[in-house]
Design a protein around this ligand. Structure first.
Ligand SMILES: Nc1ncnc2c1ncn2[C@@H]1O[C@H](COP(=O)(O)OP(=O)(O)OP(=O)(O)O)[C@@H](O)[C@H]1O
Ligand SMILES: [Mg+2]
Length: 315
């Protein structure tokens, strides 16, 4: 039996959230005061891995951090969710990445220092590591500069080793979208962008056109569309998954990662795609009932309680 169900390859960083900021923006030469400060595990890949682990699968993480206080926080937060951290690489040359979030009442301004995550290379990922897992999930390609150019090779090797695979590209901050999807997608079993990402990547106006453009090379395409639910294209057919309506959204931070966690939890159990999709929509909605991306998935009993009480779903 393999050691892990899912190996997550992705970016790792901490979030330093300065809250309660009102009105005035920071200005050069001046100082403003925040009302609260939270230092916590950040990164979309980590939210995915932590929440997937709560749902049941055995999850390992492969990423790159520095050797500093922030990497201690990354390790301890993942371990608290029972995510294996033995495949994380620590670099003495680079600092752990950080996002400083200036959180105003209605919106946020972020400053990110990517640090070590930019420096993970394909050469540091071994076939032995891939052989220990049944499934490879990767997230946030555009935040991993050194790995980006080799991502098609990584997925090809994973398929050669008999793994199933999934990929959430996430947004490209440079908006260049410079990966060769035609070379990559044949090795990706489930492609999980959101609607803005797939349209930007394909340069089309709507997700239907985008999916049609990718269909010759892609396998299953899932497109997340916030409060409208999600779409699936498979064998040229389109299917719409209705959302689980939450009339009392706290915030949507991490909803896409929690959707991915639910989808992949069912996928590695071998469930039919529509069941994976429905469960992804449920876990995406569950995410919106608590602040941030991981609080609603603190433990499986909490996830079950929210599903039953707020969405009338037994899991
Ligand atoms: N307000 C909401 N009510 C109910 N379900 C929601 C809501 N927002 C998101 N979801 C569910 O979560 C899924 C993923 O959300 P979304 O489309 O925001 O992903 P994303 O843009 O990739 O998010 P992220 O910023 O986390 O990467 C949606 O497809 C939907 O099923
Ligand atoms: Mg997303």
């Amino acid at each position: 039996m393999k050691k892990f169900d899912v190996l997550t390859i992705g970016e790792l960083n901490v979030d330093l959230i300065l809250g309660g900021l009102k009105g005035v923006l920071p200005e050069i030469g001046k100082e403003i005061l925040a009302e609260s400060m939270t230092l916590t595990l950040g990164s979309s890949s980590a939210i995915f891995a932590a929440n997937l682990s709560t749902l049941g699968p055995r999850v390992s993480f492969l990423g790159k951090v520095g050797r500093d206080n922030f990497s201690d926080l990354v390790y301890s937060s993942l371990q608290a969710r029972n995510v294996d951290t033995d495949n994380i690489i620590q670099s003495s040359e680079h600092s752990t990445g950080i996002t400083i979030v200036l959180s105003y009442v209605d919106d946020r301004a972020n400053i990110t220092y990517p640090g070590a995550m930019d420096h993970l290379t394909l050469a540091e990922i071994t076939r032995e590591q891939l052989r220990e897992t049944r499934h490879l999930h990767m997230s946030s390609i555009f935040l991993q500069k050194a790995l980006k150019k080799d991502v098609a090779d990584l997925f090809r090797i994973a398929k050669e080793e008999g793994l199933t695979t999934s990929l959430d590209p996430q947004w490209d901050p440079a908006e260049k979208w410079d990966i060769d999807l035609e070379a990559l997608l044949p090795y990706v079993d489930v492609f999980l962008p959101n609607i803005a990402e797939i349209t930007a990547m394909t340069g089309t106006a709507d997700p239907g056109e985008a999916a049609a453009a990718l269909t010759p090379s892609a396998n299953v395409i899932i497109v997340k569309d916030g409060a409208n639910g999600a779409y699936m294209w498979h064998h040229g057919e389109k299917y719409h998954q209705k959302p689980f309506l939450n009339s009392d959204v706290v915030d949507t931070v991490g909803a896409g990662d929690s959707f991915n966690a639910g989808f992949i939890a069912k996928f590695v159990e071998g469930k039919p795609l529509r069941e994976c999709l429905e469960f992804g929509a449920l876990t995406g909605a569950i995410n919106t009932t608590r602040a941030g991306g991981i609080a609603a998935f603190d433990n499986l009993q909490l996830v079950r309680d929210i599903a039953l009480k707020q969405f009338n779903k037994k899991i």
